[in-house]
Design a protein around this ligand. Sequence first.
Ligand code: ADP
Ligand code: MG
Length: 277
Amino acid sequence: GTIALSDLDKLQVLGHGNGGTVYKVRHKRTEKLFALKVVHGDTDPIVRRQVFREMEILRRTDSPYIVQCHGIYEKPYGDIAILMEYMDYGALDTLLKKTGTFSESELAQVTSQILKGLSYLHAHKIIHRDIKPSNLLVNKTMQVKISDFGVSKIMCRTLDACNSYVGTCAYMSPERFDPDTYGGNYNGYAGDIWSLGLTLLELYLGHFPFLQPGQRPDWATLMCAICFGDPPSVPDGVSDEFRSFIECCLQKDSSKRWSASQLLTHPFVCKHSRCDC
Ligand code: ADP
Ligand code: MG
């Protein structure tokens, strides 16, 4: 049945974001734990828009690799809240700090689950656009799920193409309408793959790949490194499979990057898990 907000006890804060707070909550009757993301009514309209987008995506998705949504609460000018399954190990950034860097085989288990989540999203024409350790949640059985759809994009091809085109649609090339079929601008989805590559490298190295350990991010330098430098590479001593996997993700030319479903068949993923390929 449906859960009312008044059926829940707030236990503690799990995380703060821009505009919202995520609480650990307990259902009074069943004592079951959940996570509740709350955005207050007086927050900036941009943040409210992001939460509405997140709700829209959580309503549409149903996958073991995407955080599950149990309820959505909204009032026209009031607080907005999203009730989610509680992931008791928190996000991968917390786990990295708590338990240290990941081994290749641990990473392969994590990778396979993120890839299944991404291939589900991409097949449903959703681009996450914010894949990073703090948006990947883990529970004690080491299930990994994608969360935080605040800046995600739902690709509504025809409408999107028409809306962004000043003039008439009649003269537009096929790939402007349907890039998946006609192999045009594939960048949107490939962006998630780049972010996945950086995330995995960070979990392996223990620090963000474009920065030295402990170095404070300076956005101009970072942007130059990303745009004009070589992509980060794996250190010596890793397996050929891991090296190759990271290279398949961190191609600067987005058309050379592998897709999520291609990466699921990569030896790095297959070697360590019972693969489906
Ligand atoms: P923001 O948009 O503010 O980044 P997130 O949805 O990423 O919000 O949540 C912020 C943090 O809260 C996460 O990095 C994670 O540590 C924690 N968190 C979010 N959802 C859950 C959940 N379902 N279970 C456990 N912790 C969560
Ligand atoms: Mg987040």
